[in-house]
Design a protein around this ligand. Structure first.
Ligand SMILES: NC(=O)c1ccc[n+]([C@@H]2O[C@H](COP(=O)([O-])OP(=O)(O)OC[C@H]3O[C@@H](n4cnc5c(N)ncnc54)[C@H](OP(=O)(O)O)[C@@H]3O)[C@@H](O)[C@H]2O)c1
Length: 333
């Protein structure tokens, strides 16, 4: 029977999480109708929470982290999938309730898979990953809300991070004038190269909250939450909308209702984990046709599996920039 390398998370008697590189066998995999050979994964904030135990995202022990996978089908009892098919999996609780993608093999439900567009390599697919799906879903929600670049600039918080960097790239490509907010001034040049018209620090989003601050942005893409999002909402133009997709600074939202009732602004949540399959397929097709591969590569680093635990610890401290792809199997083609 094939054994394979995996990152294994365990919990000790005191509830502390430990992470180590281990070898697992196919018999260790969970139930599912499709078995995958993983080619690449990514380091997402949620993987950082799982590895460090900072928030209780893991609900089954032991666990393999990794919420994103680019993989090849090696066995299938699902008539939609055949050995040799190239697939992408993002979300659906992998790395939380179901063994994740930081492993040579996975066994999953066929319902969770999307065909990998042939024009995207495994590394490109994982450079996008959950982050790309989230940003694309957020862009759809802004458009459905009736907002377009003609309405004014958009602000992206946590811009140097994975979701933030992709938001800068995809919003700028969609024609928006992007203000990127980062606590890392050394990332400003990279953010401008991704398409940011302006790069500013976190200072305007800290300190005492004015219920109605100066109107600055038509839209916002927030990966940070907490007081940062509260300040963002207070600065939206009348009729503007903020996409709330992250909690890098915390789960709380200490805001005023004034912008909602006096400027008619909206707060729109995006959850990529349970997006319907048809919407995911449409998103991947569009991303494969539109994403600027050169700039995507410039914001992506590729690391081996044995460096993933350290990268997970760094992402929750805001010390990873752009997207980090984890190389696991064959990355060619
Ligand atoms: N809704 C969904 O479906 C979905 C999908 C994917 C991810 N997410 C969430 O999106 C968030 C970002 O994920 P990611 O993978 O992009 O993580 P990441 O790479 O660590 O990016 C988060 C960024 O937030 C900023 N930040 C961190 N702590 C902060 C603080 N205390 N105050 C202000 N800014 C802070 C940092 O940006 P700067 O250094 O530039 O300031 C950091 O790089 C996470 O909460 C993640 O769980 C949600």
């Amino acid at each position: 029977m094939t054994d394979f390398a995996a990152v294994l998370l365990e919990r000790n008697g005191e509830g502390a999480t430990s992470a180590r590189l281990a070898r697992l066998a196919e018999a260790d995999l969970m139930d599912g109708d499709v078995t995958l050979a993983v080619r690449a994964s990514a380091v997402n904030f949620k993987d950082g929470l799982a590895v460090t135990g900072r928030l209780p995202v893991v609900r089954r022990w032991p666990m393999v982290p990794g919420v994103d996978a680019a993989a090849t089908v090696i066995a299938s009892d699902d008539t939609r999938w055949r050995p040799g098919d190239e697939v992408i999996l993002t979300g659906w609780g992998v790395g939380e309730t179901h063994l994740g993608a930081w492993a040579g093999r996975m066994r999953v439900s066929g319902d969770w898979l999307v065909r990998r567009p042939p024009t995207l390599s495994p590394v490109e697919a994982m450079a996008l990953g959950t982050a790309g799906v989230t940003v694309a879903a957020g862009l759809e929600r802004l458009a459905r809300h009736g907002l377009s670049p003609a309405d004014g600039p958009v602000v992206v918080t946590g811009a140097a991070g994975g979701v933030g960097s992709l938001a800068v790239l995809l919003l700028a490509d969609a024609g928006w004038s992007v203000t990127a907010v980062t606590g890392r001034p050394e990332e400003a040049e990279r953010l401008r190269a991704l398409g940011a018209a302006e790069v500013i620090g976190r200072e305007p989003f800290a300190g005492p909250l004015k219920p109605l601050a100066r109107e600055r942005w038509a839209a916002a893409f927030d990966t940070v939450g907490s007081t940062v999002l509260a300040h963002v909402v207070s600065m939206l133009k009348p009729g503007g909308a903020a996409i709330a997709c992250g909690n890098a600074a915390g789960m709380d939202f200490p805001a005023s209702v004034a912008p909602f009732i006096l400027r008619g602004v909206s707060l729109i949540g995006v959850d990529s984990v349970r997006l319907p399959a048809a919407q995911r397929e449409a998103i991947w097709q569009r991303l494969s046709e539109t994403v600027d591969r050169r700039r995507l590569a410039a914001m992506t680093q590729v690391i081996p599996l044995d460096a993933a635990i350290d990268a997970a610890r760094r992402i929750v401290d805001g010390r990873l920039a752009g997207r980090t792809v984890v190389a696991i199997g064959n990355l060619d083609g």
